[in-house]
Design a protein around this ligand. Structure first.
Ligand SMILES: [Zn+2]
Length: 313
């Protein structure tokens, strides 16, 4: 009787040991799988990031006040992302001329709002343009109509980019990261978001994408990491969610906003998030036109970083 009891106890102990062993093995398996995924991603990143490049990628965040206009140059190829407000035509045109622009290989209107396509008509009328990217979004505003008319008059059409699509600007590679959906409540979430990679450096231009689009980009699993983040929606607290910022994990951030703007951009909340991660911030309301130059390995700026002072809480 006693022996039988001992046997039962013994087999119970063995069962428990086997169960622990099985759980341990399963956990190890999971660990191994996770490691495998990490290794694969590293290899992928390495292959896309270490392609040798020559020359420079010059990215100018033109001071257009409370608006966006970003000129990218690699070799003799130019791309303009957004074209400020209606009143910024001369500023943008003069800047492009000073940079030797005769032809824009690409013009990207991130979305329909006036502070992004305001002067697009003048720019398209003034320079040779290869291709115009715009999201699947329409508007009834005069600004939008003028933009579309200038594109048609040039014999061009609006090309809606696909997420994941890649195209080249000289030796720089441009990847489309958003919009990931076809319909949004907020106009800003339609913003075309681009990542421009040059050697091991990269720029993520977030347009006015807000938290909904940011969450979609995070969920997409695409590589969002970038050396420089053009902060979404002029530093509004409705953009730059913590998850998104952590995934981009930039060394530098650029904010395009006008001094004393009525929107309270950039928000103190956004500035606090950037400060907490010790990201150096450049802002057009403080530093005016910001020029970043990448040699493929590192990025230098024409001005010193600005403050973490937000306009509103
Ligand atoms: Zn805007």
């Amino acid at each position: 009787m006693k022996k039988n009891k001992n046997n039962k106890l013994f087999s119970a102990i063995i069962t428990v040991i086997l169960a622990i062993g099985a759980i341990y093995a399963a956990l190890n398996d999971i660990d191994l799988n996770v490691n495998n995924i990490d290794v694969e991603q590293e290899v992928q990143n390495e292959s896309s990031n270490t392609s040798p490049v020559s020359g420079e990628l010059k990215v100018s965040f033109i001071d257009v006040g409370q608006a966006d206009s970003i000129l990218l140059q690699q070799g003799d190829k130019f791309m303009l992302v957004d074209a400020g407000n209606n009143g910024d035509a001369d500023v943008i045109k003069d800047y492009l001329t000073s940079q030797g622009v005769k032809e824009l290989k690409y013009f990207v209107g991130t979305h329909k709002d006036e502070d992004h396509i305001g002067s697009a008509d003048t720019i398209i009328n003034s320079f040779k343009v290869g291709k115009v990217y715009f999201p699947k979004q329409t508007a009834t505003t005069k600004t939008y109509k003028d933009f579309v008319t200038s594109v048609k008059d040039k014999g061009l059409s609006l090309t809606v980019p696909k997420v994941g699509e890649q195209f080249n600007l000289g030796e720089a590679s441009v990847t489309v990261l958003a919009p990931n959906s076809s319909e949004y409540e907020d106009s800003n979430d339609y913003s075309i978001v681009l990542k421009i990679t040059f050697g091991s450096t990269s720029f993520l231009l977030a347009g006015d994408a807000e938290k909904i689009s940011e969450n979609e980009m995070v969920s997409s699993g695409r590589d969002l990491s970038a050396t420089v983040l053009k902060v979404g929606h002029h530093g509004s607290q409705t953009s730059t969610s913590q998850d998104f910022l952590d995934k981009v994990n930039p060394t530098y951030a650029v904010i395009s906003a006008g001094g004393d703007n009525k929107y309270g951009h950039p928000a103190q909340e956004t500035m606090d998030k950037l400060k907490a991660k010790e990201i150096k911030v450049f802002r057009t309301d403080e530093q005016k036109t910001i020029v970043a130059i990448s040699n493929g390995e590192e990025i230098s700026f024409n001005v010193e970083p600005g403050s973490y002072k937000g306009v509103s809480k």
